[in-house]
Design a protein. Structure first.
Length: 750
């Protein structure tokens, strides 16, 4: 009786355990089998006649894109170089606004740039070609794995045949485990004197990868067998095989596991699975036996031997003939050179992308998996920015007062507000505190253009040459105290022209203007320039005591770079769902928020800042013909060093300081400006061209008196004025010439 009870209890426990396993299998297999990360891509590189590329530059790009050398151009993602020509077969890619098919092209180079691009199929010249973009990361917050899902019908027939030949000949006949296969594997291994064939079925391998841990013991093998039987009972062979193709572990990409043949194809060969030839497919099948043991990059000879065994097995099963195998064995492995592909290369920028996704797209759209996000990042500018920061901080720290420095920087396209590069800290690979987005620091004199811009919106009171007193003043503060600002040089400069006060960053003159115009008006201008953070309306606000982040400073100066148009900064160009459908973002608006005449005059003064004011050292790096616009910023006790400025093509903002807020010993000019100039020297090609609005008049001014003058008069300078403002009387030189001009203009030639 006790034996029967024991058997019944054991039977109940076994049935309950099988029921539990059955529930586990169905729950995972019928739900979302895999979490597919959103893939993030840099801005695609555009090729066109005149683009600044050499054949070497272009080959470097192709290597980053995992293109492989192939003189036959067999399949997408291949290229070869012949003299000054690069021949390649591009990959297809959906850019959001358009889908581009794979094509064979020839890119010709001459004189350090592309001379033309030819379609090899038609022989016609192409105006522009967009390369498939570099993948810079993926959103995968919890698990360190990635995959590209494929359907069974999308898999090459040779892949299925290779797997059946080497991993499970009886797949379509057994019920999850194969005693016959186990015996055959043992016999073949014994004959070969080594491990050439495994005894686990494809179903068992799937169970091991999908449900179980790598730990090996008798209990786990029994569990594997039971779950294999359940899987075979519940699902069709094709469902199991498709899951296997997407789940099997095939390698390691840094900290991320490579699962499935879809991702493995891109990881090892830089092309999609459907384009692989027979020897490439056989190489992937060889990896099933052990991705580490048969890694084609680290152990090519070992991998080649295993690949050829796979080809022999396929021939033995009648899937390929002897000639096909002979030709395939002659082929090299042909793996892509670069191994690292999916890790987040630029974590600071990826952080921004995540935040802007939540701001700009509907939450329900973002819950779908497998999103493809094309961003605005230019990897060449990003890499240059990172290198500029690394090099310059090392130089700056040679000063005994400057150590433990940190930095943050943002670069945008001047015309669009697209963020092409961003660094959130000295260590660009650090995933911690993102200073570009979250470091709220006083901005010092970077606020001054906002003060002067606001004043210039009232041309009946302030013009570019209005005299301003740069002398000491006292302002009532709280509790009967007074506040008296000083200039950086601790000097008073008397009466100075408004443009001189800004160009040389005079504090006392700035405070006089700000107090006259009103703190509320200036704060409103700041808001109109795109800064939504509340500011405290104390007089010290006029000298940048109110803190902002580098991103907010960039938005502020982007409005100046946009001639008064507030252009929202953005890091995302397009988001596509896994099926290729474009997700719609919230409306993107550009609007004029600042008077264009006042913006033009302010920018004109900021050019003077760079020519002869606090930003003049930038021209140690760049030619004066660039007509740069910018402003330094320095805070109390030299704690923060800022620079914001732009050329004709790029705007960039740089901050240098310490996380503990201790003094750095650096001004805006001696610190942040040095990084800014080093970066812009390498990436900027276009000078600034300011186009005056219709209501701007250019007038020659005598700087000594502020009165009208003539071009030929000694020291005369050309300044912009809003129509109807500015002086109407002439200085001595101009006064002599004025009656003559009037007489000449009135002469009737007839």
């Amino acid at each position: 009786m006790a034996i029967i009870s024991t058997i019944l209890v054991a039977g109940f426990v076994f049935i309950s355990y099988v029921g539990y396993l059955d529930y586990t299998v169905r729950q995972q297999f019928e739900g979302k089998r895999w979490s597919i990360p959103a893939r993030v891509y840099a801005s695609p590189v555009e090729l066109y006649a005149g683009a600044p590329f050499t054949s070497k530059n272009f080959e470097d790009l192709l290597i980053q894109l995992h293109y492989r050398q192939d003189f036959q151009l067999n399949g997408e993602g291949s290229y070869y170089i012949k003299g000054s020509q690069v021949h390649l077969q591009t990959r297809p890619f959906n850019f959001g606004d358009t889908a581009q098919e794979s094509r064979k092209i020839r890119v010709n180079f001459a004189g350090g740039s592309i001379s033309n691009i030819v379609d090899n199929t038609t022989g016609s010249e192409l105006a522009i070609v967009r390369m498939d973009p570099i993948q810079i990361g993926s959103f995968y917050p919890t698990r360190k794995e990635d995959r590209i899902l494929i359907k069974l019908e999308e898999a090459p027939q040779t892949l299925i045949q290779g797997l059946l030949s080497t991993e499970d000949r009886d797949f379509y006949n057994h019920f999850g485990i194969s005693p016959k296969g186990i015996v055959r594997a043992m016999w073949n291994n014994l004959k070969a004197g080594g491990m050439v064939q495994g005894g686990s079925t494809i179903t068992q391998q799937l169970v091991k990868n999908f449900f179980l841990t790598p730990k090996r013991n008798l209990r786990r093998k029994a569990k594997e067998a039971l779950m294999s039987l359940i899987l075979e009972y519940r699902y069709s062979k094709n469902e199991i095989l498709e899951a296997y193709l997407n789940e099997i572990f095939l390698g390691q990409d840094g900290v991320s596991a490579v699962h499935g043949f879809g991702l493995a194809s891109e990881f090892y060969f830089g092309q999609s699975l459907k384009t692989l030839n027979l020897p490439q497919v056989a190489t992937l099948v060889a990896l099933v036996r052990g991705p580490s043991e048969y890694d084609p990059r680290r152990k090519p000879e070992h991998t080649l031997e295993r690949r050829n065994l796979v080809l022999d097995a396929m021939q033995n099963e009648g899937y390929v003939d002897a000639q096909q195998v002979s030709e395939a064995k002659k082929q090299p492995l042909g793996v892509a050179e670069v191994t690292h592909r999916s890790a987040n290369r630029y974590p600071g920028f990826i952080d921004l992308v995540k935040r802007q996704l939540r701001q700009e797209y509907k939450e329900e759209d973002l819950t779908s998996e497998g999103l493809r996000i094309v961003t605005t990042l230019d990897t060449r500018i990003q890499d240059t920015l990172e290198q500029s920061i690394a090099n310059k901080l090392k130089q700056l720290e040679k000063s005994p007062k400057s150590n433990d420095l940190e930095s943050a920087a943002i670069v945008t396209r001047r015309d669009s507000g697209e963020i092409v590069a961003m660094v959130g800290g000295r260590n660009a690979e650090d995933t911690g505190f993102n200073r570009a987005l979250d470091a709220v620091r006083p901005i010092g004199s970077l606020i001054k253009p906002v003060v002067y811009l606001t004043a210039l919106e009232y041309p009946d009171r302030y013009t570019i040459t209005t005299p301003i007193s740069d002398t000491r003043l006292e302002i009532e503060a709280e509790k009967g105290k007074t506040w008296s600002p000083d200039n950086y040089d601790n000097q008073e400069h008397g009466m100075v022209a408004l443009h001189t006060a800004l160009a040389h960053s005079y504090n006392m003159a700035t405070v006089r203007i700000g107090m006259d115009i009103g703190l509320t008006r200036i704060a409103n201008t700041l808001k109109n320039m795109g800064v939504s953070r509340p500011v405290e309306l104390f007089p010290s606000f006029l000298l940048g005591a109110s803190p902002l982040t580098p991103l907010e400073v960039t938005q502020m100066y982007q409005t100046l770079a946009g001639d008064g148009f507030a252009t929202p900064l953005r890091s995302i160009r397009a988001v596509n769902a896994a099926d290729g459908k474009a997700l719609q973002s919230y409306p993107f608006t550009v609007r004029q928020t600042v008077d264009p005449a006042a913006a033009f005059i302010t920018n004109t003064i900021l050019q003077e800042v760079m020519r002869e004011g606090t930003g003049h050292s930038a021209y140690n790096y760049m030619p004066r013909e660039m007509a740069l616009i910018g402003k330094t910023g320095t805070t109390n006790q030299l704690r923060d060093s800022w620079f914001a400025g732009f050329s004709g093509d790029y705007l960039s903002v740089v901050w240098v300081g310490r996380d503990d807020n201790k003094p750095t010993g650096l001004t805006g000019g001696s610190g942040a400006l040095q990084i800014w100039a080093e970066l812009m020297r390498q990436v900027s090609k276009k000078p600034v061209t300011l186009i005056p609005p219709d209501n701007i008049q250019m007038k020659w001014i005598d700087p000594a008196t502020g009165l009208l003058s003539e071009e030929h008069c000694p020291g005369a300078q050309l300044f912009p004025f809003v129509e109807g403002s500015g002086p109407d009387q002439y200085a001595d030189c101009g006064a002599v010439m004025d009656p003559l001009k009037t007489w000449l203009n009135n002469i009737n030639p007839f």
